[in-house]
Design a protein around this ligand. Structure first.
Ligand SMILES: [Zn+2]
Ligand SMILES: [Zn+2]
Length: 374
């Protein structure tokens, strides 16, 4: 942690920069230093992590305020951005919501990987995954079935034998047509009709995949969802998308997190809200009530004289955040239940209570009435 650079300096923004400016700057750096673009470059990797960490702090109003006041010491260990991430996938699972599925513009057509030569990259695959609040609390591994292009096992993805560079597009997979028009020359780039954009042709095609080197199959995947995810977060599973044609690299699987409605809890960030019905005798006399939490039931002490609609807090019974650095609270709203269908004995007891109260607390009842009407 020695010699850490100033986060504003890392992102190249001023101390007054707004969230949009910070996000824009981070996105630029993340794309520039992304390991995909700088394979094996340690310095780029460090820059990438550093930018992610700075972004993690400066994009969060609370953490930014702490950092502004106390510097690095104020945000250490706590929400230390990339500190808690073990690898790049984690960074994207946390920041994925900013970029969405097509962060690298590799969607559609799978042409993005072309820069390195060879057959094009397979398309990314997007799925939605519904998680419960219990899943969010603990993390979960979910099995999903999906259909995707897999490398053809028969030809090991090669599509057959006798591979030749397509002579129509010279292996580019694209053809340029130049048209002259009133406005000047218009260049049209289209997928090569000869090789369908693959860039090569197979002389002796594999019978199982018809020369494509990939086949649509149903696969079952295990997806690890880390604790603390939120609706509209994305997890990126590298190379779990469609296989590229004729041995091209696979696209990614992009998992959009959906949060299932919960019948007990309402989530607000890392905090959970719920309401309990409490007998009026309990709020008057005080007592323990059983309360559902995300980890099972606990006893909650209701003090004597608790008013209806009071919000009570159970610390650390909420949800973890995505960094695993903090856990929210559970808020329990006390709703006093007015009894119905009283028995004769209960009515008698309550009438007796009424008589006692009028004698013992005549003034307080009068004052209550007054505040109600003013
Ligand atoms: Zn094949
Ligand atoms: Zn071609």
């Amino acid at each position: 942690m020695a010699n850490k650079r100033d986060y504003y300096e890392v992102l190249g923004v001023t101390k007054e920069a707004d969230v949009a400016a910070i996000k824009a700057s981070y996105k630029k750096l993340a794309i520039k230093y992304h390991p995909d673009k700088n394979p094996g470059d340690k310095a780029a990797e460090e820059n990438f992590k550093e930018a992610a960490e700075a972004y993690g702090i400066l994009s969060d109003a609370d953490k930014r305020a702490r950092y502004d006041r106390f510097g690095h010491a104020g945000v250490q260990g706590g929400g230390g951005g990339a500190e808690g991430f073990s690898n790049f996938e984690d960074i994207f699972s946390a920041f994925g919501d900013i970029f969405g599925g097509d962060f690298f513009g590799r969607q559609g057509g799978g042409r993005g990987g072309r820069g390195r030569g060879g057959p094009p990259r397979g398309q990314d695959l997007q799925i939605a995954l519904t998680v419960t609040l219990t899943d969010v609390a603990n993390g979960v591994t979910k099995k999903v079935k999906l259909k995707r292009f897999n490398k053809c096992a028969t030809c090991s993805g090669q599509g057959g034998t006798g591979k030749q560079t397509c002579n129509v597009c010279a292996g580019q997979g694209q053809v340029r047509q130049v048209q002259s028009s009133f406005f000047g020359q218009i260049v049209n780039v289209t997928t090569c009709p000869e090789c369908q954009g693959i860039g090569s042709l197979i002389k002796s095609k594999c019978a199982d995949c018809h020369g494509m080197g990939r086949r649509q199959e149903e696969v079952t995947l295990s997806i690890d969802v880390p604790p603390g995810v939120e609706e509209s977060n994305y997890l990126t599973l590298r190379s779990e998308g469609h296989a590229g044609p004729q041995g091209g690299p696979s696209g990614d699987l992009i998992v959009a997190i959906k949060e299932a409605e919960d019948e007990t809890f309402e989530r607000r960030g890392v905090d959970l809200y719920m309401q309990v019905e409490v007998p009026y005798t309990t709020v008057a006399l005080g007592g323990d009530i059983r309360v559902k939490t995300i980890e099972g039931e606990v006893d909650l002490k209701v003090p004597a004289g608790t008013q209806s609609e009071k919000l009570m807090r159970l610390r650390n019974k909420g949800l973890p955040d995505i960094n695993g650095s903090q856990r929210g609270s559970q808020y329990v709203k006390i709703h006093v239940h007015t009894p119905e269908n009283l028995s004769a004995r209960e009515i008698e007891a309550l009438k007796e209570l009424e008589r006692v109260q009028e004698k013992d607390h005549p003034k307080s009842f009068f004052q209550k009435a007054k505040t109600f009407f003013t």
